[in-house]
Design a protein around this ligand. Structure first.
Ligand code: NAD
Length: 313
């Protein structure tokens, strides 16, 4: 009765697996190694991944039967899109499933940065009472600069407005009107650097966005700016960020994503004015359940040749 074989390599919640099992043979091999993937991929019609599995040109060269790759989430930078396209393999994602979770984590990181929450907690757990040393700053009345005003940037904008922040946004792929409709005042990147007390990145990783916050960018920012990044490692030059924090140009940074993951205990991660979380912005029960259902439906639609909502290539 099973028509298609589907390989899941980074786990998928039951709601999604159930949809797939109704018409497919599902092989859940969470945590499969790169070598095993190369050996096995030839058997499958569909592959469902999160961000861990690297779907390289080498993997795709072995994927004789593969028709569709589903990314249970947003970022597709772990998939070689050019190679998939060349082999006429469809790539779909679930771009709206994790939006709220990432926006809420961004706000949580911004508030934690402003009020030194992680330092306060660590000091209490080591038996200290660092009251006067942990002077915070309010979000109210401050300017938040959003780099990228897409799904997540838009949700961050409306939550920041509720705190009484002024929101400015830079997104060269949107019109000024679209940026305004999404709750931010459109500005150039240099204006954003000059105006913002907090800067939050919500761009995909691409050749254009790689290291877009580098030494030159930090130098152009307001002294004492705080940086939040829940987008992708690689959009910030981490060496330049550490230097900017050490010099006081950047007052603090909250990072959910890193150029190399896991990064280990680097000087940046260990820095007292850096809050680091292990790529958990999308890790909510609700978001993962939504992503599983969305991607299962989309992969089935691709296999059955129906219209797609979220085709990437
Ligand atoms: P989206 O596609 O809705 O928005 C991205 C926006 O970035 C678009 O409006 C686009 O025009 C803009 N953009 C592209 N290049 C730009 C540039 N050079 N300068 C300024 N803006 C630029 O995507 P989204 O759902 O808002 O997600 C944004 C990113 O967040 C994703 O690409 C993904 O990498 C990341 N993300 C991270 C997690 C996590 O777990 N930390 C989870 C989901 C998404």
């Amino acid at each position: 009765m099973a028509t298609w074989a589907v390989l899941i390599t980074d786990g998928l919640e039951e709601g999604g697996q159930k949809i797939l099992r109704s018409v497919c043979e599902v092989d859940d091999r969470k945590g499969i190694s790169a070598e095993e993937l190369l050996q096995l991929i030839g058997k499958y019609d569909a592959l469902i991944v999160r961000s861990r599995t690297k779907v390289t040109a080498q993997v795709l060269a072995q994927a004789q039967k593969l028709k569709v790759i589903g990314r249970a989430g947003v970022g597709v930078d772990n998939i070689d899109l050019a190679a998939a396209s060349a082999r006429q393999i469809t790539v779909v994602n679930a771009p709206q499933s994790t939006t709220i979770a990432v926006a809420e984590h961004t706000i949580a990181l911004m508030a934690a940065l402003a009020r030194n929450l992680t330092q306060a907690d660590a000091s209490m757990k080591s038996g200290q009472w660092l009251k006067s040393q942990l002077m915070g700053s309010e979000l109210y009345g401050k300017t938040l600069g959003l780099i990228g005003v897409g799904n997540i940037g838009t949700q961050v904008a409306c939550r920041a407005a509720a705190f009484g922040m002024t929101v400015v946004g830079y997104d060269p792929y949107l019109s000024e009107e679209q940026i305004r409709e999404r709750g931010a005042r459109p500005v150039s990147l240099n204006e954003l650097f000059a105006l913002s007390d907090f800067i939050s990145l919500h761009v995909p990783l691409s050749p254009e966005t790689r290291n877009m916050l580098d030494g030159q960018a930090f130098a152009a920012m307001k002294r004492g700016v705080r940086i939040i990044c829940t987008a992708r490692g690689g959009v910030i030059d981490e060496t330049a960020l550490l230097q900017a924090i050490e010099s006081g140009q950047v007052a603090g940074a909250a990072l959910d994503v890193f150029a190399v993951e896991p990064p280990g205990l680097t000087a940046l991660v260990a820095h007292p004015r850096v809050i680091a979380t292990p790529h958990i912005a999308a890790q909510t029960v609700e978001a993962q359940a939504r992503a599983a259902v969305d991607i299962a439906e989309e992969v089935l639609a691709a296999l059955e040749g129906r219209a797609l909502r979220w085709r990437v290539v």
